[in-house]
Design a protein around this ligand. Structure first.
Ligand SMILES: Nc1ncnc2c1ncn2[C@@H]1O[C@H](COP(=O)(O)OP(=O)(O)OP(=O)(O)O)[C@@H](O)[C@H]1O
Length: 900
């Protein structure tokens, strides 16, 4: 073996390499023994893979895996290295601290430790190992003396007959060792120069002249260089045919050489391309795997993948296949990355973010050359990251691009569908929630309205303003007639009503109230009606008030057992209300009229039926009208009986809109009819629906006994004072109307008597609500009729009346006329103590009540022989009240003293 050392001044002329020409661009290389963060030793004792481990502090400690024990265990455990290179059975590293080589292994030429001879203080920037030798490029040119020192390089070689120091007249940028030869690149003109054992390699003479390279990678018996400007130099079909000279047509960023093969990293996609001779059973380089760095053994190659694990993979023959450690993807350099390189930073890859130990050193990786044909650059190469290329789906030419774009499209459309589906589902869920919420709110609202009748403030304000508008002293303040018109009531002309009632003739008159006369009339269409004409009293304000109150209330109420208002007339000072005509007059007329037959006709079944129906009407006022209506004047003369003997509650002149909450009393001045007045109401001015319950209790006692509410011909003139003690004593017979024979089973009447007693209790809160009263009466009726099931009401439940009922009534009424008796009873019915609503009750109790409603002659027994009178009766009532609810407060006492 001869060693040939060229005169370097002549190198451009003498060096010609048998090179494989590779395309393009800046890059670095590591050949059979070029320095890198990884190195693979080969040889008889098997391959060993050594790498600088990626530790948390960037400590550059070497770790080896493989079968050659001398390499494996000879690795210095705690000495940091800048880079590694390896040959046949040995590995050398460039010490981080001294910048000198340090070798270990079993190679007989390369001894373990720092190679000798070593010039003291010499520092190296690069190492490269051949099969049995090592050579290194000195880092500091200042060791060279002479005028050209700055332009010179020193290269030291050790072992295999090559131990020598070479002074080269030009700066050398990089070196790479083959099996028995070395090559370098001149920094200035980028041409290659080689020297070594030409007899074995025959390569030195093949180095091409005047060809500029970016980098070189020497293998066993060849050198491949990355051309500085060339695009492509060999057809792709030549790859893998066994000739290492036939290089791939792809642009390459770096190249390494094995014994008879070479591998490079493609510039565009960073994938590995290998060419040249491969032994049988060799594995192929990984497909679709991007690589940061490559290193070649004799018949195998290893690479650091550009993925988070950074765990090297190997391919080829007899090398290690995978290595269980993360390695840095290159070596650290002390200077800044030059143009075309980027500073590798650990972006979440295994190990620490610190890759290089010297603080100012960095790991520079070459930027990729550009983007492939059907790719586009989404971001350029910058100081810290390589350029990023993505498929340009509008220019796809390769199958990969087409399939990528197709899958992208599918993913996008799948995402779009998933997104739309999510929106659709969200919309459905939202719609369902909305519908449910609205339904729930509506249901709660209706339920609330029905159960508690909590009207909105606006409704209450509107309703109350209408009802209370009449209380204003100013006569001009009246309900808005336009407002009334749009309700159910029809407006009649005075002439029409005058004509219907034959000029309000006496013959047409069927009754008389405190403020009105009632006439039977027949309208032009034949409908029989009752026309209530407000008496033009001295106190027009008051009568007009009742007129409007009744008009207003009736036009908003609608129930089978309430008297239906058909219309009204307001003409000058005339105020007229038009009702359905009640053919059988009032309950008062039947019970207390002059005709005893009428009373007898009203048998127990009819009486209880009327009670039930009237109770239902009142229950409607309390429970279903909104806000609740307090009638305030429930009495037998206001319970009218139609042609079918059904009861209707009438006369809303005194009615008042109660509070939505029936438990909240109104402090209204008392009004009503004597004998029916609720003691709590007239004494404490507490007006609640329970006042109507009291009045109705009196009516029940009237129905049972046939007595008037106040009848002074008896010793005990007040029906409540007389009947309640008897009922409580269980003497039901004593109170039953003697005109009718008692039923065989007294249970029903006992039940009614008991209900009546409860209704006339002193304290309103102790009285039952009307719905309870109705239910009890229904049961009583069922008992009376011998119904087996007392839980079921024997009368049909009424539906709210519509115009059809009005029509039916008018038809039927027109076929009937009021009997003389009924007409005659008109006056009689007024034998009761009726306080006009415009007088507060206490003052009525004395004198005014007498003159207001009934004549003195109508009140027989008003002053009885034993001196009892109404006043005393009321006094008894008050005493009873005081017994029940305790003594009156000082204010109440003062009030009572002044008024009674
Ligand atoms: N729609 C009607 N059909 C038949 N008769 C009626 C009708 N309305 C009232 N009457 C008769 O006219 C009478 C007087 O009724 P009105 O409502 O004017 O006064 P009242 O209620 O009896 O007394 P007050 O006004 O003092 O309370 C009634 O008792 C009844 O006999």
């Amino acid at each position: 073996m001869t060693s040939q050392w060229p005169k370097f001044q002549e190198m451009d002329h003498v060096l010609v390499l048998a090179v494989c020409f590779l395309a393009l661009l800046p890059g670095w290389s590591c050949g059979l023994g070029s320095m890198s963060s990884i190195a693979v030793a080969y040889g008889e004792d098997g391959p060993v893979f050594c790498a600088l481990s990626l530790t948390s502090d960037g400590s550059h400690i070497v770790t080896c895996f493989g079968t050659d024990a001398s390499v494996l265990y000879g690795a210095p455990p705690n000495i940091p290295f800048l880079g590694l290179t390896a040959g046949d059975g040995f590995v050398c590293g460039l010490l981080l601290d001294s910048r000198q080589p340090y070798c270990w292994g079993s190679n007989s030429y390369v001894k373990s430790g720092v190679p000798q001879p070593m010039i003291e203080g010499a520092k190296y920037s690069e190492l490269s190992a051949g099969d049995n030798h090592l050579f290194a490029l000195r880092a500091a040119a200042n060791e060279i003396h002479g005028p050209n020192a700055a332009m010179s390089s020193l290269i030291d070689c050790w072992a295999y007959n090559m131990t020598a120091t070479h002074v080269i007249d030009e700066a050398v940028s990089t070196i790479s060792a083959g099996s028995v030869f070395n090559c370098g690149l001149f920094a200035r003109n980028k041409t290659v120069f080689c020297w070594g054992d030409e007899t074995v390699s025959g390569i030195v003479g093949l180095a091409p002249r005047n060809v500029r390279f970016k980098s070189i990678g020497a293998g066993g018996y060849h050198v491949c260089g990355v051309l500085e400007n060339a695009r492509q130099v060999a057809p792709a079909s030549a790859i893998g045919d066994g000739d290492v000279n036939i290089v791939p047509m792809d642009a390459i960023v770096s190249v390494v050489g094995g014994r008879f093969h070479a591998c490079g990293i493609r510039s565009l996609d960073r994938q590995v391309a290998c060419w040249g001779f491969a032994l049988r059973n060799s594995t192929s380089p990984p497909k679709g795997q991007k690589m940061y760095a490559l290193v070649a053994g004799d018949y195998f190659t290893c690479g650091v993948p550009a993925e988070t694990s950074l765990m090297p993979r190997c391919w080829g023959n007899s090398g290690p296949m995978a290595l269980p450690m993360a390695v840095p993807p290159g070596i650290c350099v002390p200077n800044a990355c030059s143009h075309g390189y980027y500073n590798y930073e650990n972006h979440g890859e295994v190990g620490s973010s610190k890759v290089c130990k010297p603080a100012n050193s960095r790991l520079c990786l070459p930027c990729s050359a550009g983007c492939p044909e059907d790719w586009y650059e989404s971001s350029p190469c910058n100081a810290t990251a390589d350029r990023v290329c993505q498929y340009d789906c509008s220019k796809c030419v390769t199958g990969e691009c087409i399939s990528f774009c197709l899958s992208q499209k599918q993913t996008k459309s799948r995402k779009l569908i998933a997104f739309q589906l999510r929106i659709f589902v969200a919309e459905i869920v939202f719609a369902i929630i909305l519908v449910l919420s609205v339904s729930l709110i509506a249901w709660l609202y209706v339920r609330h309205k029905l159960q508690h009748c909590q009207c909105s403030n606006n409704e209450l304000r509107l309703a109350k303003s209408t009802a209370y508008a009449f209380r204003k002293d100013n006569m001009g303040i009246q309900p808005d007639m336009e407002d009334l018109k749009i309700r159910r009531a029809q407006e009649f002309s005075y002439e029409e009503l005058e004509q219907a009632t034959s000029g309000f003739s006496e013959d047409s008159q069927v009754g008389k109230g405190s403020f009105s006369c009632v006439f039977k009339g027949i309208l032009r269409d034949g409908t029989v009606v009752a026309v209530k004409r407000v008496i033009k009293a001295a106190d027009m304000k008051k009568s007009s008030k009742e007129f409007h109150n009744e008009l207003d209330l009736l036009s908003r109420l609608n129930h089978a057992h309430l008297l239906n208002l058909l219309g009204y007339c307001k003409d000058g000072s005339e105020r007229l209300l038009v009702y359905e005509f009640m053919a059988h007059g009032s309950l008062y007329q039947h019970l207390h009229g002059k005709d005893p037959n009428l009373k007898k006709q009203l048998n127990w079944a009819r009486r209880v039926t009327i009670a039930v129906q009237a109770a239902r009407g009142i229950e409607y006022l309390h429970g279903y009208a909104c806000p609740p209506v307090i009638h305030r004047d429930i009495k037998s003369s206001n319970i009218l009986i139609d042609e079918d003997h059904n009861a209707r509650v009438a006369d809303f002149g005194l009615s008042i809109l109660g509070p939505a909450d029936s438990g909240t009393p109104l402090s209204e001045l008392p009004a009503g009819t004597l004998g029916y007045l609720d003691p709590e109401y007239y004494r404490l001015h507490y007006l609640t629906t329970k006042s109507d319950v009291y009045n109705f209790g009196v009516v029940l006692l009237e129905i049972l006994s046939g007595r008037k509410a106040i009848d002074m011909q008896f010793e005990e003139g007040n029906i409540v004072e007389w009947a309640v003690p008897l009922i409580k004593a269980g003497d039901i017979f004593a109170i039953l109307d003697p005109v009718l024979s008692p039923p065989s089973d007294l249970e029903a009447l006992k039940k009614i008597a008991s209900v009546a007693c409860k209704c006339v209790r002193m304290r309103g809160k102790d009285r039952p609500l009307m719905d309870k009263v109705t239910t009890a009466l229904e049961h009583a009726l069922a008992l009376l009729m011998g119904s087996p099931c007392v839980e079921q009401p024997i009368l049909p439940t009424e539906v709210v009346l519509g115009s059809s009922r009005m029509h039916k009534v008018s038809q039927m009424s027109s076929n009937q006329s009021c009997s003389e008796n009924e007409l005659a009873e008109g006056e009689d019915q007024r034998i009761e103590y009726r306080a006009p609503s415009w007088i507060t009750f206490p003052s009525v109790a004395s004198s005014q009540r007498r003159k207001s409603s009934a004549s003195e002659a109508d009140i027989p027994g008003r002053t009885t022989t034993d001196g009892r009178n109404i006043g005393s009766s009321i006094g008894d009532g008050l005493r009873s009240l005081e017994e029940e609810i305790g003594p009156a407060s000082p204010q109440e006492n003062l009030y009572l003293q002044n008024n009674f």
